[in-house]
Write a protein that binds this ligand. Structure first.
Ligand SMILES: [Zn+2]
Length: 57
């Protein structure tokens, strides 16, 4: 078998990108799933909110 992979890559495997939408200005962007554990700040208007309430499906 030649099924080798980089060891450092393994820790990122459970992370996936989550798309969120700012409730203030409506900007959509992607964050990593581990970032949903804490509040995020909108890069556009600076509003801080809980990303779990703003996930775009
Ligand atoms: Zn915003």
């Amino acid at each position: 078998m030649s099924n080798q992979h980089c060891p450092g890559f393994e820790s990122n495997k459970t992370l996936k990108e989550v798309k969120i939408k700012c409730p203030g200005c409506g900007k959509e962007w992607g964050i990593f799933s581990d970032e949903t554990e804490k509040n995020v700040k909108c890069p556009d208007c600076g509003m801080i909110f809980d990303p779990k309430t703003a996930v775009v499906k």
